[in-house]
Design a protein around this ligand. Structure first.
Ligand SMILES: NC(=O)C1=CN([C@@H]2O[C@H](COP(=O)(O)OP(=O)(O)OC[C@H]3O[C@@H](n4cnc5c(N)ncnc54)[C@H](O)[C@@H]3O)[C@@H](O)[C@H]2O)[C@@H](O)CC1
Ligand SMILES: [K+]
Length: 478
């Protein structure tokens, strides 16, 4: 249930089912049945218009229409007169529809209380034009609830991009698995509430895309036990700048709350007082000059990971510190200023990254380091391969990718996380989990999940400072 499948992978499992003796007609009948069941669950009996398109998504629409009519619902189907061609499952589904059939242009949307969108599914590959464009526009403007079959029509299944015009659904019933478009913007918004319904296909044998969920990483996270002490829980260093000290202080709180045994703030001497007073249970160390930074870092007992970037200025000194940290080859989080410091010459950073590093750029920071085009999954994956590390590309549709393959997409997306300091909390959480022994991918995914869950429970009005106190009850729930 955590796999997210590309259109090609969906076709693969469909073909495998056919090779095992199932027919497309049977799969379509199942799809129509599960969607009709969801309509019955979500809505009271009402007049329905089904928009049926030229392919199998349209075929599903005809089956849903038949199932709802059998339950006594008033249903009309709208489709193009010329299609589908006189073969295949979609044609069969259409010929089994004995109710009213009209052309798109003859729809009076005000006569209906529910629109079922079966125009296009995973087969849409190019921008939609008329008659589909106009019917999509009118459906969106009607204000009537829309339930999309599999994906909202007009959205590209693999990228979530809008191909000209796209249905804005209230509900989307995803068949068998989620597709990237249910998670990536703008498809995520167009999907409304997405519900996944099994249609009896076997899982894809080698999935590479996953939706973020505790099942992906919780076996790597160990709650403290009686034999633990602060050293076995891991010691992390956060490099704090002389100014903008709030950022590293937020990271420190998050790293400690998520369970790091010890956190030391390593900072220039003039800022030590600020960091010392930030809370009571962390340590501070100073480095007078970048030339003695490595010495100071090496003197820290049982050091298990380093975070640099929150509040760091994008300067030569920051670049020097990053180089010194990367030489240690230890678990490292690079965020904010530690990324922007390399904007002029990204290669200087990229060639030194290694498998224990997590980068946490937002789109702007990402573009300063990588000139990669494509959808968010492609860009994050390619960047992770180029940099040979883990990359968490932030946003309402955060994507986390590794150099070795798996990609995790966040499903939650909490709007009120878009406020100052939440990124510092995230990088602190990742550090806190890395020093406890989680691998970069798992640490990044778990941290992002915690951040979103906390934000969700805090609600509108969230401040970054509110998040750390939410962490204990969340850890207890894992
Ligand atoms: N994969 C599976 O295992 C199953 C898929 N089913 C349904 O089948 C759908 C996929 O069906 P299809 O592959 O037939 O694809 P679609 O129904 O998404 O659409 C493809 C059809 O639209 C046409 N088309 C594509 N882009 C167009 C454009 N811009 N303007 C006009 N016409 C365009 C194509 O020529 C083709 O006729 C799924 O989304 C799902 O709803 C279900 O029937 C059950 C099983
Ligand atoms: K659809």
């Amino acid at each position: 249930m955590f796999e997210v499948l590309l259109a090609e992978q969906m076709r693969h499992i469909e073909s495998a089912a056919v090779a095992e003796g199932q027919s497309i007609e049977h799969l379509m009948e199942t799809a129509g049945e599960v969607i009709a069941q969801e309509v019955l669950r979500l809505f009271k009996s009402c007049s329905v218009i089904v928009l049926a398109g030229p392919g199998n998504n349209g075929g599903d629409g005809f089956v849903v229409a038949r199932k709802l009519e059998e339950k006594g619902w008033p249903v009309i189907v709208a489709c193009s007169k010329t299609i589908p061609s006189k073969e295949g499952a979609a044609f069969k589904a259409r010929s089994q529809w004995k109710g009213t059939l009209i052309d798109y242009q003859d729809i009076h949307f005000k006569d209906f209380a529910l629109i079922i969108d079966g125009l296009f599914g995973i087969g849409l590959s190019k921008h939609i034009d008329d008659p589909y464009k106009t019917v999509v526009q009118k459906a969106n403007q009607s204000g009537i609830p829309i339930l999309a079959i599999d994906i909202p029509s007009g959205i590209h299944s693999d990228s979530g991009e809008e191909l000209g015009y796209a249905i804005k659904a209230h509900y989307t019933i995803a068949l068998q698995t989620l597709k990237p478009c249910h998670l990536l913007l703008p498809g995520k918004i167009h999907s409304g509430t997405t519900i996944v319904k099994d249609i009896g296909l076997r899982p894809f044998p080698t999935p590479t895309l996953f939706v973020n969920a505790p099942e992906l990483w919780k076996k790597h996270y160990h709650k403290p036990n009686l034999t633990d002490n602060k050293y076995t829980r891991g010691h992390g260093v956060i490099v704090g700048g002389a100014h903008l000290t709030g950022a590293a202080r937020l990271s420190m709180l998050a790293a400690r709350r998520v369970g790091a045994g010890l956190i030391t703030l390593l900072c220039p001497p003039e800022a030590q007082i600020i960091y010392s007073l930030a809370s009571l249970g962390h340590l501070t160390q100073t480095y007078e000059d970048v030339s003695i930074f490595s010495e100071k870092l090496n003197s820290i007992t049982n050091l298990k990971g380093v975070l640099i970037g929150p509040g760091s200025p994008p300067t030569q000194d920051t670049r020097t510190l990053v180089h010194k940290i990367l030489k240690l080859k230890m678990p490292t989080v690079l965020d904010a200023g530690a990324l922007t410091a390399f904007a002029e010459n990204p290669d200087e950073l990229l060639r030194e990254l290694h498998e224990n590093v997590v980068l946490t750029p937002h789109e702007g920071e990402f573009k300063r380091l990588f000139s990669i085009s494509g959808n968010k999954i492609q860009r994050t994956s390619e960047a992770a391969k180029t940099a040979q590390c883990t990359i968490l590309l932030k946003g309402a549709d955060t994507v986390i990718a590794t150099a070795y393959g798996p990609v995790i997409i966040e499903s939650q997306g909490v709007p009120w996380l878009a406020t100052g300091g939440t990124g510092d909390i995230l990088s602190g959480l990742i550090l806190g989990l890395l020093v406890q022994g989680l691998k970069p991918l798992e640490a990044a995914a778990m941290a992002n999940w915690i951040l979103n869950q906390c934000a969700h429970s805090i609600g509108v009005g969230l401040l970054a400072e509110d998040i750390p106190l939410q962490i204990p009850k969340l850890l207890a729930s894992i």
